[in-house]
Design a protein around this ligand. Structure first.
Ligand code: TRP
Length: 454
């Protein structure tokens, strides 16, 4: 992660290096795979707009809060809370982050495994002359086969563990710096193709024309959850990233860029998926309930409609794999750094132990998408995602905001933010959000969590 040593602790070589690395953690399956599913489940355009508002008012606020805490303390989350408020209970919030990242990684890597499987399926030419029915069936058969999906999941965890154990994330990040802009360009290409498919307008309407009858607290809750999830917030990851930013850099614009690029990728993912999906005869937006395979089932359809589709498909799934890996790496690094710092474990020992633990923890998720009837009926995967990917992220994020306002103080926080940012134009808005809007919104939604999740 450290690019250049200035003091004892490394700092990013430049602002751009930080933005690319933080965007590497943020941009991943959360934007490409999870966001489009949420859109389908929560009524289309209304959710899209709720998500954008949630990123602007809550995600950005939270990111700036985490970065400021990290840069001030120069520590990992557990150490950061301890440094500002020694011997208080706050370090437990850091511990909670460690556990939640492990839990998220356990099912996130299952999906990264699906991306791995689609990479070799593309090479074997599975997607030629594909229809919606055959594409849907390919995914369903894949995840219903326990050996194949566990093998793919295992491969992703093994690669992630290897990279973390050798401490070579920065090598991967250098690689990702070139590949992520390429992913972006490819997505624009696919978006243009999707938008020009005959009949694309029904998909565009579903995605962009709000049906106000769909407004619901549920939409708001899952928009905030998705903002935290896709921006890697609420778990202290950005505290760690902030600890590597130099005091000369502008935290406000850095946070702004990470939020903007992540949201753009998520937005494009929907622009590709929905118009493609609704050009399929017989699918109606009103009754549409996407499965966890939505992205995997839809992308091959639009790729098939491009000249040289095979190469585009290969490129897409390679880039998807890289995007997923930069996120699995950032997830596994949290508990590994914790065990190295606090328990003096060696890096390989921590990586292998925690990587294996995550694999074991993820097996029920991997089997609950069709392979095991009992786990599928129980909805293990969805329950993990709801509990850790929405509720605990929101609680963690709320904790960080309360910590900043009441236990660290707005004054030192603003001093930290103003360092490197002489004119913080959104200062009043940020202060209002961090004190009132974001914590209250999260709190109210958590109080009603029972009704929301029914
Ligand atoms: N943001 C990543 C994605 O969208 C996933 C992720 C990485 C994450 N680190 C995180 C989610 C920390 C929550 C917390 O793919």
């Amino acid at each position: 992660m450290a690019e250049k040593e200035t003091s004892k602790r490394g700092t990013w070589g430049s602002k751009v290096a930080f933005i690319l690395a933080a965007a590497g953690s943020a941009i991943g399956l959360g934007s490409l795979w999870r966001f489009p599913i949420m859109v389908g489940r929560l009524g289309g355009a209304v959710y899209v707009f709720a998500y954008i508002l949630a990123v602007f008012f809550i995600g950005f606020t939270e990111m700036l809060a985490e970065l400021a805490i990290g840069r001030r303390t120069q520590k990992n989350p557990v150490g950061a809370f301890e440094a500002i408020r020694p011997h208080s209970g706050w370090k437990y919030l850091g511990y909670a982050g460690v556990i939640t990242t492990m839990a998220i990684l356990s099912y996130y890597a299952v999906v990264a495994g699906w991306a791995f499987g689609y990479l070799y399926k593309t090479i074997f030419g599975l997607f030629r002359n594909i229809t919606w029915e055959s594409s849907a069936a390919i995914f369903e058969r894949f995840v219903a086969n326990p050996w194949e999906s566990l093998f793919c999941f295992f491969m992703v965890m093994a690669i992630t563990t290897y990279i973390i154990s050798r401490g070579i994330q920065s090598g991967i990040e250098r690689f990702a710096k070139i590949l992520m802009p390429l992913l972006f360009i490819l997505m624009i290409f696919l978006a243009v193709r999707a938008l020009t498919l005959p009949g694309a307008s029904r998909g565009i309407a579903f995605y962009l024309k709000p049906d106000l009858s769909q407004i619901d607290v549920k939409v708001l809750f899952f928009a905030i959850g998705q903002a935290f999830y896709s921006l890697s917030l609420g778990m202290g990851i950005m505290i760690t990233y902030g600890s590597y930013i130099s005091r000369r850099e502008n935290l406000v614009s850095s946070a702004g860029w990470v939020c903007f690029s992540t949201t753009l990728v998520a937005f494009l993912a929907g622009i590709i998926i929905y118009p493609t999906l609704f050009t399929t005869p017989g699918l109606s937006p009103e009754k549409f309930e996407p499965s966890l395979g939505l992205m995997f089932q839809t992308i091959p359809l639009v790729i098939d409609k491009l000249p040289g589709g095979f190469l585009f498909g290969l490129l897409f799934f390679i880039l998807l794999q890289v995007a997923a890996l930069t996120s699995t790496i950032s997830l596994l690094e949290v508990p590994v750094a914790f065990f190295i710092d606090e328990h003096k474990w060696t890096r390989p020992k921590a990586a292998i132990f925690l990587g294996s633990l995550c694999f074991l923890l993820g097996i029920p998720s991997a089997l609950s998408v069709g392979a095991s009837a009992t786990l599928t009926r129980f909805g293990f995967f969805n329950k993990m995602d709801l509990l850790f990917g929405n509720i605990l992220l929101a609680i963690g994020g709320l904790g960080v905001l309360i910590f900043l306002v009441y236990f660290w103080g707005l004054k030192p926080a603003l001093e930290e933010i103003r360092t490197g940012c002489p004119r913080f134009r959104l200062e009043k808005l940020w202060v209002f959000n961090v004190r009132f809007l974001a914590p209250l919104a999260i709190l109210i939604l958590l109080v009603f969590i029972k009704t929301i999740t029914q």
